[in-house]
Design a protein around this ligand. Structure first.
Ligand code: IPE
Ligand code: IPE
Ligand code: MG
Length: 247
């Protein structure tokens, strides 16, 4: 739920009229963050989870409508069993620890991707968080778990066909996991890689892309403000021509 007034938002150096409605983040670089410090990769994942709170809170406070976070891709299933186990443990811990604060801030949690692949304890933790926050009217927080953009599109097309609906852009959008969050305005990727890695392929058609070398555990509110300022300075034409009102 938005907490700050326009002038408070300006005090952060931000333009309140240029806050993206939907932000997506590829939270990459946890492993390298840990390796840089001579720590096991697990320590990087833990630090990554800890970085979430400040970012989610700030997005909520400045009135971002939707935040979609890439936590585990369909391709991440290729990782060693041990690392997957650690990530599952962290997910359970995260939801149990943060759910009350998220709920108090009217955040609505939704997982996107195929949850059925995860062990029951993970499914239960995620499901509880979704059920508890389902009626909340604040920030829509989508957490991508065992998510792949291609799988999502295939799934949406199947649903459209099952319902006997025409396969057009409107129908497909309606059956996407993120249907109620719409297109992405700003996609951020931390960790220095310049790729999309099968995230929200449809929804980023006209997203502004922001890449930073900062690894996810070091992505603070100040880093997010930098990304938001970069976004605010972009001229979004959507294929049209520059309009007088646009910056
Ligand atoms: C992102 O960090 C988190 C997940 C993919 C789960 P990585 O684990 O990919 O970290 P790097 O890219 O190896 O540094
Ligand atoms: C993308 O990071 C997925 C998540 C952040 C969950 P990866 O580390 O899996 O991506 P690649 O392998 O570098 O493309
Ligand atoms: Mg990575």
């Amino acid at each position: 739920m938005r907490k700050y007034t326009d002038s408070e938002i300006r005090a952060f150096g931000l333009n309140p009229e240029r806050i993206p409605k939907h932000i997506a983040i590829v939270m990459d670089g946890n492993g390298r963050w840990a390796t840089d410090r001579g720590l096991p990769r697990a320590a990087g994942h833990r630090a990554g989870v800890n970085a979430l709170r400040e970012i989610i809170r700030f997005c909520s406070d400045i009135g971002v409508e939707s935040l979609t976070l890439y936590a585990f891709s369909t391709e991440n299933r290729r990782r060693p069993k041990e690392e997957i186990g650690i990530l599952c443990g962290l997910l359970i811990e995260y939801f149990n620890r943060e759910i009350d604060e998220l709920h108090a801030n009217a955040v609505r949690i939704k997982s996107i991707g195929d949850l059925s692949w995860f062990p029951p304890a993970v499914r239960e933790a995620v499901q509880n968080a979704m059920t508890k926050t389902a009626e909340n009217a604040g920030l829509k927080l989508n957490i991508a778990l065992n998510y792949g953009g291609r799988a999502e599109l295939v799934h949406a097309a199947r649903l459209a066909l099952e319902h006997g609906e025409p396969l057009d852009e409107g129908t497909l959008s309606k059956y996407l996991d993120t249907a109620d969050s719409g297109d992405v305005d700003l996609m951020i990727r931390t960790g220095g890689e310049l790729r999309v890695s099968n995230f929200l392929l449809w929804q980023i058609a006209y997203a502004e892309l922001y890449f930073t070398d900062t690894k996810w555990p070091d992505f603070t509110r100040e880093e997010l403000i930098k990304a938001l300022n970069d976004f605010a300075g972009r001229e979004r034409r959507f294929g049209g021509l520059k309009t007088d009102g646009a910056k």
